[in-house]
Design a protein around this ligand. Structure first.
Ligand code: NCD
Length: 332
């Protein structure tokens, strides 16, 4: 099988791929520099072309992915499965930990060590911040060590989502530098915005408008990080004046499962609703993104607006995950 993608030497002749993914864990966006990001985006774009041309290819034939999800997921879980299958690999899907030995009280350490005895790579989603690091440590000195990819750890990070968001910004706008992005919604608990903002900080001339209710503001450590990277930052609780100026509006859901008090969630859940009237105020070129699921904060009537990029964004998730799986498993 030769698509060009697999046959060319992308290593510069020294056997090292520029993305630096081979054999590595993907735990946090902090591990990437700009050159690596560019390479991952290029590779993801190649995957889109490969899927358009061939549907599926075989570089991961014989490889096994253990897809271990302790929290609900539709897009992340199924796009990792689709990515693995379109590259010729197979999947052990554990989407329902109640039916695994987790229900008998097995520790995360033992569960990942078990899966590492069978699979070549693990994708993990877990409700606790830092769980992916814990799992990676459990595998560090293990005789069947395999790489692990963080698919969301509590309110911590969601690095693969940030990469697909970055790809979407690049593909929709043509470039990332010079971006004015408005992040809207639950910036306190939304792990996607924590990861994406840190990645964007590696680019030039980035301006953030952070729109949230007072109690759901972006964590101060993240804001400090953006400041250190010379990003422009404005924090506000109102969309007024934001829509007209933002190049990307990145909307998020209020994260119900992170609230101790259901009444507080009910009060805040629909703080901002994007509908056709809202879109009328936005610029003609604004890109509307959302990691999904949405639970009322974007009206269905917006879906046919060409500026609504969220379905293309989820499709990009499969391409990025193909690039990451092939990269980590040393095939590109
Ligand atoms: C996000 C997540 O799980 O953090 N979903 C996703 O992976 N596409 C966003 C969310 O749940 O709100």
């Amino acid at each position: 099988m030769s698509t060009g993608l697999w046959s060319e030497d992308k290593t510069g002749g020294n056997g090292m791929y520029k993305h630096g993914l081979a054999g590595k864990n993907i735990l946090s966006v902090a591990q990437f520099n700009r050159e690596q990001l560019e390479e991952i985006l290029r590779l993801s774009h190649d995957m889109a072309t490969t899927v358009a041309r061939f549907g599926a290819v075989q570089p991961l034939h014989g490889k096994v992915l253990a897809n271990l999800f302790y929290e609900p997921s539709t897009r992340t879980s199924s796009s990792f499965i689709a990515a693995m299958q379109r590259l010729g690999g197979t999947v052990i899907p554990i989407n329902n930990v109640q039916f695994s030995s987790v229900a008998k009280g097995e520790s995360l350490r033992d569960t990942v060590r078990t899966l590492a005895a069978y699979a070549d790579i693990i994708v993990l989603r877990h409700p606790e911040t830092g769980a992916a690091n814990t799992a990676a440590s459990a595998l560090e000195r293990y005789e069947f060590r395999i790489p692990i990819i963080n698919a969301g750890d509590g309110i911590g990070e969601h690095p693969t989502q940030a990469l697909l968001d970055l790809m979407t910004i690049k593909e929709e706008r043509g470039s990332v530098d010079g971006l004015h992005i408005a992040m809207v919604g639950d910036l306190k608990n939304g792990r996607t915005v924590h990861s994406l903002s840190q990645l964007l900080a590696l680019y030039e001339d980035i301006h953030f408008t952070l729109v949230s209710p007072e109690s759901l503001r972006m964590p101060s450590a993240t804001v400090a990080f953006l400041n250190e990277h010379n990003c422009g930052i404005k924090e506000t609780d109102s969309l007024d004046g934001v829509l007209e100026e933002a190049g990307v509006l990145y909307d998020t859901r209020v994260q119900k499962e992170r609230f101790g008090d259901p009444a507080a969630y009910e009060e805040l859940k629909l703080s901002y609703v994007i509908d056709q009237a809202t879109m009328k105020r936005a610029s003609d070129t604004m890109v509307l993104m959302h990691p999904f699921p949405r639970v009322g904060e974007i009206a269905y009537e917006v879906d046919d607006d060409p500026r609504a990029a969220y379905f293309r964004q989820m499709r990009n998730g499969m391409y990025v995950r193909m690039a990451l799986l092939a990269g980590v498993l040393g095939k590109v």
